[in-house]
Design a protein around this ligand. Structure first.
Ligand code: SAM
Length: 230
């Protein structure tokens, strides 16, 4: 991610974004420190590079978005990641969320169903030297081969909490997922307290692009405009 000696033209903007996130109530220092290190300008679509450090979701192409920095920071805080935790992300998109988790020291697995985004994110992980494991496919079913996970984060809107994701959580693992209709969702955190029991918490309204798949929405939902989504 570049040596400290090199001049980084985005460092000030990155710092200003982190200060802004602090003012918006993000308290997790591990998340803020990772955001201060990660070059978001590499993850946004080149046409939006001048807006890389605005606190907004930006179009990635293919009807998809890179989530708003506040949303990324808030969801990542809810995951309560410790270095060495095994974390599964559903919806790789630009790769920014997965990269952030890797910078925080998590062992990251991420699944994407859109081929071009999947390829682009893989190249970026390699370029940044981040050991993120990637999979092309329907993430609404999770990634059972590597389960159980200490954390699962779903960065697309689900109509319900997918049963396979609940089952792939470790005991005391956290699942963070937006659940609701296509227009708006409630951010939910499930904590697995035993083989059969989960604690359920809600964290307000958000708006994501749809999770498309067996445990998500059908493909016909994907064609709606998405530029304002998280
Ligand atoms: N986490 C991403 C980032 O950091 O840029 C943003 C994700 S974007 C809001 C949602 C992503 O979920 C899209 O790239 C979309 O293709 C993907 N997606 C939707 N349904 C999926 C599924 N069933 N499995 C895997 N990815 C899915």
């Amino acid at each position: 991610m570049g040596s400290p000696r090199q001049i980084d033209p985005y460092a000030e903007l990155r710092h200003a974004l982190v200060t802004h996130l602090r003012h918006r109530g993000i308290r997790d220092e591990q998340v803020l420190a990772a955001m201060e290190r990660l070059p978001r300008e590499l993850f946004v679509h080149p046409a939006f590079i001048h807006r890389a450090y605005e606190d907004v979701a930006l179009p990635l192409g293919y009807n998809q978005t890179i989530s708003q920095p506040y949303t990324v920071a808030f969801m990542t805080s809810l995951l309560e990641v410790q270095p060495g935790d095994k974390v599964l992300e559903i919806g790789t998109g630009s790769g920014y969320q997965a990269a952030l988790l890797a910078v925080m020291g998590a062992r990251v697995y991420t699944v994407e169903r859109q081929w071009e985004l999947y390829q682009r994110a893989r190249q970026l992980f390699a370029r940044l030297g981040l050991p993120v494991q990637t999979r092309f496919g329907d993430g609404s079913l999770g990634w059972s081969e590597h389960a159980p996970y200490d954390g699962i984060i779903v960065t697309a809107a689900a109509p319900h909490i997918p049963k396979p994701l609940k089952e792939q959580l470790a005991i005391s693992g956290r699942l963070v997922i937006p659940v609701g209709g296509p227009q708006s969702q409630i951010l939910v955190r499930l904590r697995r307290v035993s083989e059969q029991e989960y604690d359920y918490e809600e964290f307000g309204e958000f708006r994501f692009v749809p999770l498309i798949g067996k445990e998500g929405w059908s493909e016909t939902l994907e064609t709606r405009p998405t530029s304002s989504s998280s």
